[in-house]
Design a protein around this ligand. Structure first.
Ligand code: PEP
Ligand code: MG
Length: 539
């Protein structure tokens, strides 16, 4: 978090989690900060009874929230109810109570240890469940302490350390409502819910956030990831005019979101989405897109150990099931550069963007690469899967990648493991590939404009002060895109673009001008991109 001040105001900078703007009063939620130390333990039978009663009451509360929740949140809540109803969850707590400990301390200790186990799990899915357990821990502790849950006034900016999904669902969100969290993450369940409900949200504002007071006026900008406390007149006026502009753009986006994308001439354009994993898909309607143009498989590699074949297979299947018959392009691990993976990437490179990243690293670690390829070929039996190699710079990169795929396929066939051989494409993100695209005999091409721009313009993508150079409409960049598109047309191979440039409605006309007819964009920009394709934003 960074802090800045203008006259009379304090600006806290975090990370954007849900777009939109709110100008309202703060409400500080304190019931998530709880201590269990003070209460002395009573008779073990009595303490066990208290815990049993608190679990039953917490289940009742969750059932009530579930009854009122929309379809997309019910599965999440039913999962929590089932977890809380499972006797195994509280077994350790009851054992500690029998040894003389109080219900509160015993429950917290038992749940803390399980939260830690889940948080360290190899499988991303189980790691994400640690937040559900934390929520259950705190809900039962609150019932045990007899504290009332704070009621959040409608239309306020909710300030908290973090916010569990079940708590979000129990709050009435109205115009002016927003969320500002000291911790949290843009990929959490609660961020997905906030995006789905149109509640602006900023996360990662840091511990200083908790020094603000309920009742102070504040502005939340969910697009820029900032919270301004006590905004001055200039900030307020700017916010009000941006609010009107944002509302107008969202109305246009809603109008176009579900329709097929068409140019004003009627010609169809493919619009797919990018994703960082199955969790963020669960609240999205697949009907808004023509498939998934980029799955960044790095999401599987953030745990303490590398994911095994089964964990990867399960995650890929979940993505394919979400997409149904729509195509899904999963990119093999693109570690390195600005995406280090502990125990895999090289730590002391002088310039990691020009280092051992993407396919180079996979070829250096064939055991890790082949586990991923095996999981992908097996998952390909469940949908329309394509596989794509990142950072390909020479035809040799592609040939060696394909050789590993062939070897994995032969092995699966020999062992009679059900599998399908997916088409193998490349990211066109290194200028060498774009310039000499006819040397690359790939099944399809996907232009990675984020990296292509940084390498063409010699401007690192993670240096904010160089962002003026990161211009996708620069003629040098557009000529490389046009070259790739022309090669695709000549050879009958699909060319798409999956970098951030495709999600920018102002850049879309330039991309279409190169002849490109397939874009893969962030899910939140589908509506506006389709409107830009239709020429509806210039009117
Ligand atoms: C790109 O480089 O444009 C791209 C889509 O990949 P990433 O941003 O993951 O490097
Ligand atoms: Mg890239």
């Amino acid at each position: 978090m960074t802090k800045g001040t203008a006259v009379g105001e304090v600006c806290l900078i975090g990370r954007p989690a849900s777009p939109g703007l709110a100008l309202s009063r703060l409400f500080v939620l304190t019931d998530s900060v709880r201590s269990t130390a003070a209460r002395p333990a009573g008779d073990p039978a009595r303490e066990a009874e208290r815990l049993r009663g608190a679990i039953i009451e917490a289940i009742r509360e969750l059932e009530e929230v579930s009854r009122q929740a929309q379809e997309d949140a019910r599965e999440m809540l039913e999962f929590q109810i089932a977890m809380l109803g499972d006797e195994a969850l509280a077994e350790a707590a009851f054992a500690t109570i029998a040894d003389g400990e109080g219900a509160d301390v015993a429950w917290r200790a038992a749940l803390d240890s399980q939260v830690e186990d889940y948080a360290n799990a190899e499988d991303e899915y189980f790691r994400a469940r640690s937040a559900d357990l934390t929520d259950l821990r705190d809900r039962v502790l609150r019932v045990l302490s007899g504290e009332e849950q704070q009621s959040v006034p409608a239309g306020t900016v909710l300030v908290a350390l973090d916010l569990p999904p079940s708590r979000f669902l129990g709050i009435e969100w109205r115009a002016g409502s927003a969320i500002a969290l000291a911790g949290g993450s843009p990929t959490s369940h609660v961020a997905l819910l906030a995006r789905a409900r149109g509640v602006p949200m900023v996360v990662g504002l840091g511990a200083d956030l908790m020094a603000v007071k309920s009742g102070q006026e504040a502005m939340v900008d969910g697009e820029r990831g900032i919270l301004v406390v006590a905004p001055n007149e200039t900030t307020r006026a700017a916010a009000q005019s941006r609010e009107a502009e944002i509302e107008q753009r969202s109305a246009v986006a809603r109008q176009y979101q579900h329709a097929p994308a068409r140019l004003p001439s009627g010609e169809a354009v493919t619009v797919m989405i990018n994703t960082a994993g199955p969790d963020e898909l669960s609240l999205l309607d697949p009907a808004i897109c023509d498939g998934i143009g980029l799955v960044r498989s790095e999401f599987l590699f953030h745990g303490p150990t590398l994911p095994d074949e089964e964990a990867q297979y399960r995650a890929y299947c979940r993505i394919l099931e979400w997409a149904g018959s729509r195509p899904v392009t999963i990119r093999t691990l693109d570690a390195g550069g600005d995406k280090p993976v502990k125990g895999l990437t090289i730590d002391d490179e002088g310039n990691p963007f020009l280092g051992m990243r993407g396919i180079r690293l996979s070829l250096l670690k064939p055991d890790v690469f082949r586990v991923q390829l095996r999981a992908l070929c097996r998952a390909a039996t469940h949908g329309n899967l394509k596989v794509m190699l990142p950072m390909v710079a020479t035809p040799r990169d592609l040939a060696e990648g394909r050789a590993h795929l062939d070897a994995v396929v032969s092995d699966l066939a020999a062992r009679k493991v059900p599998h399908v051989v997916p088409p193998l494409g490349i990211m066109v993100e290194v200028p060498a590939a774009a310039i000499a695209i006819d040397r690359f005999d790939a099944d399809f091409y996907s232009i990675g404009s984020n990296d292509l721009i940084q390498y063409v313009m010699a401007a690192a993508r993670d240096i904010a002060s160089l962002s003026d150079y990161a211009d996708a409409s620069d003629p040098a960049v557009l000529s490389l895109i046009a070259r790739t598109v022309a090669h695709g047309k000549q050879t009958g191979r699909e060319v798409s673009l999956c970098g951030d440039a495709a999600s920018d409605p102002a850049i879309v006309p330039h991309l279409l001008g190169t002849g490109l007819r397939s874009l893969s964009v962030s899910a939140s920009s589908v509506g506006l991109v389709k409107a830009a394709i239709a020429g509806a934003l210039d009117r």
